[in-house]
Design a protein around this ligand. Structure first.
Ligand SMILES: Cc1cc2nc3c(=O)[nH]c(=O)nc-3n(C[C@H](O)[C@H](O)[C@H](O)COP(=O)(O)OP(=O)(O)OC[C@H]3O[C@@H](n4cnc5c(N)ncnc54)[C@H](O)[C@@H]3O)c2cc1C
Length: 336
């Protein structure tokens, strides 16, 4: 189906483990790294027409790929067209493939406040916005002014902050592919900002496993504002091991894996934690991590399914005749 694409951008049976933070899991049937928006749009249209599942991969810092791999297309936006940054006063435009850590450092050094709260969170701009990544110090969504996306119809849209309905680890992007974003930041004293950035980083270093450990950060969402980590700790699960996967001694919401570990061990351990916590406390923890699998028996069928193809309110970038109708509701608690 993608025979016309050069091997340099389209690989069959491409191992995904090296492209995820966990460094485990299987291959993608197709791994495609489009060179620009037009190529991305063509691929998305083709996938839609042929019913081929599509997934987007940033740094894989919140994704577990099943050992059997996934069918269909995995798109990764690491080409120069998706990794540029430009600064215009308080506005910073960044491509979806930009490494958040680098962007945060750059804005801190330029004395632009708003992204320093994301210190120590690995990922790309695209993944960060999709997940509305953040924590006790703030979330990325607060700084987002607008996001440029390509829909499955291959058309480009601008989605404004309000349309994205940012909430706890959620944005209403649906299946749109983020290609870039504009952040509106606050000019401030760079020295004070750098101090704050370092404080946040230090807090993380003191409370979490090392950033380079094989993990996806917090596995579960915090239920009703309570700490999932504390709940898991109270259920006596710190340090529990299942095959190559184990619960961190330092932060019980982190599951870590040995070098060369198996995704199936991690997924089984996630199930075990869920069951034990529910038995002990009556609270059912919900995963924050996205599990990519073709099989419905992976941990969470909702996240195992290919990215949904729904659409929210958006402004088309080119032409307006077939702009999609607005959808009135704001599904802040939707699965993905
Ligand atoms: C050590 C560690 C610490 C962490 N700490 C935190 C934390 O404090 N707070 C927090 O919120 N998270 C944390 N995380 C999780 C992770 O860093 C974030 O979720 C991050 O935003 C993931 O970005 P990514 O680019 O790696 O996305 P991926 O993991 O690659 O993808 C995540 C989701 O975003 C989608 N996606 C990726 N790119 C695009 C795109 N261009 N368009 C549309 N959808 C896209 C994927 O399909 C997937 O559904 C941590 C992870 C690790 C490993």
């Amino acid at each position: 189906m993608f025979d016309d694409l050069p091997e340099s951008i389209c690989r069959r049976n491409a191992p995904l483990a090296p492209l995820t933070w966990f460094k485990l899991g299987g291959a993608a049937e197709y791994l495609i790294t489009p060179r620009d928006e037009n190529e991305l749009a063509t691929i998305l249209r083709r996938c839609r027409e042929s019913g081929t599942p599509v997934r987007y991969l940033g740094l894989g810092a919140n994704v577990i790929v099943a050992d059997e791999g996934v069918s269909g297309v995995v798109l990764r936006l690491d080409a120069p067209a998706f990794t540029s940054v430009s600064v215009d006063g308080p506005r910073v435009s960044a491509g979806a493939g930009v490494d958040m850590t680098r962007l945060v450092l750059r804005t801190v050094r330029q004395g632009l406040a708003g992204l320093e709260n994301l210190a120590g969170i690995p990922g790309t701009v695209g993944g960060g916005i999709t997940m509305n990544c953040g924590g006790r110090y703030g979330e990325i969504g607060t700084a987002v002014e607008s996001v440029r996306v390509i829909g499955s119809d291959g058309r480009a849209y601008i989605r404004d902050h309000d349309d994205l309905c940012f909430s706890y680890r959620h944005s209403a992007l649906g299946a749109d592919c983020v290609v870039g974003a504009v952040f509106c930041l606050d000019p401030t004293d760079p020295a004070a900002l750098e101090r704050r950035f370092r404080e946040i980083l230090l807090y993380k270093q003191n409370t979490q496993p090392p950033l380079g450990a094989h993990s996806v950060g917090c596995i579960f969402r915090n239920p009703d504002g309570r700490s999932a980590g504390q709940i898991i700790d109270q259920a006596g699960l710190k340090g529990v091991r299942l095959g190559s996967a184990y619960v961190s001694d330092r932060h019980a919401n982190f599951v870590l894996a040995d070098e060369g570990g198996k995704a199936s061990d991690v997924i089984k351990l996630i199930r075990l934690i869920t069951e034990r916590v529910e038995d002990a406390t009556g609270t059912r923890l919900e995963p924050e991590v996205k599990i990519w699998s073709d099989h419905a028996d992976a941990y969470d069928p909702a996240s195992a399914a290919p990215e949904r193809r729904d659409h929210r309110r958006a402004r088309p970038v080119q032409g307006g005749a077939d702009a999609r109708p607005p959808i009135a509701f704001c599904p802040s608690m939707e699965g993905d």
